[in-house]
Design a protein around this ligand. Structure first.
Ligand code: IMP
Ligand code: MG
Length: 176
């Protein structure tokens, strides 16, 4: 436990939900192959846990993105800092994100990945903050809906820190 952080979703609840999502994905894609496209860096723990609950032949690839904006919100101008390592034409893609906040990053990624002619694209996000949505993106697999608070832990950071927490927490009010 770190000082100044209130637990929002404990480790056990995260693990239970991630297992459920993996099982649901396994059922929905039964008989098919899948490419998990992780959005770095926030996805790294979620994707590591999720993929171990998916009982399908799958590949993991990653996109690095950085968005220009202030410290805690996105401007909608997204830059790919590290691209996929393989073409995805004809493949079933499942984009794995830590959180959909304004939705601008995901909107950009759907457009960008869509232009590469995959067979299908779906979204799996650990968290969603609907109160902050600027654009509505369809989340096919969602872990938890949360209020408008800035969360850290389980992959999510504030200024690069706190990604290693096993739980999701809220930074002190002064952190925003
Ligand atoms: P969006 O483009 O506004 O949907 O923002 C998406 C990105 O902003 C996420 O992938 C996160 O990296 C970051 N982000 C948004 N909200 C939070 C938060 O509460 N904690 C940590 N990162 C966040
Ligand atoms: Mg992110």
């Amino acid at each position: 436990m770190q000082t100044g952080i209130r637990t929002l979703i404990p480790e056990q609840d995260i693990q239970r939900r991630v297992r459920e999502l993996g099982e649901q994905i396994s059922r929905d894609y039964a008989g098919q192959e899948l490419v998990l496209v992780g959005v770095l860096k926030g996805c790294f723990l979620f994707m590591a846990d999720l993929c171990r609950h998916i009982d399908l032949p799958l590949a993991c690839d990653f996109l690095g993105v950085s968005s220009y904006g202030d410290r805690t919100s996105t401007s909608g101008v997204v830059r790919i800092t590290s691209d996929l390592t393989r073409p995805v034409e004809g493949q079933h893609l499942l984009v794995v994100e830590d959180i959909v906040d304004t939705g601008l990053t995901m909107q950009y990624l759907l457009e960008n990945l869509g232009s590469r002619k995959p067979r299908s694209i779906k979204i799996c996000s650990l968290l969603e903050k609907p109160s902050r949505a600027v654009v509505k993106v369809p989340i096919d697999y969602l872990g938890f809906t949360i209020e408008d608070v800035f969360v850290v832990g389980y992959g999510l950071d504030f200024q690069g820190r706190f990604r290693n927490l096993r739980y999701l927490g809220v930074l002190g009010e002064s952190g925003r």
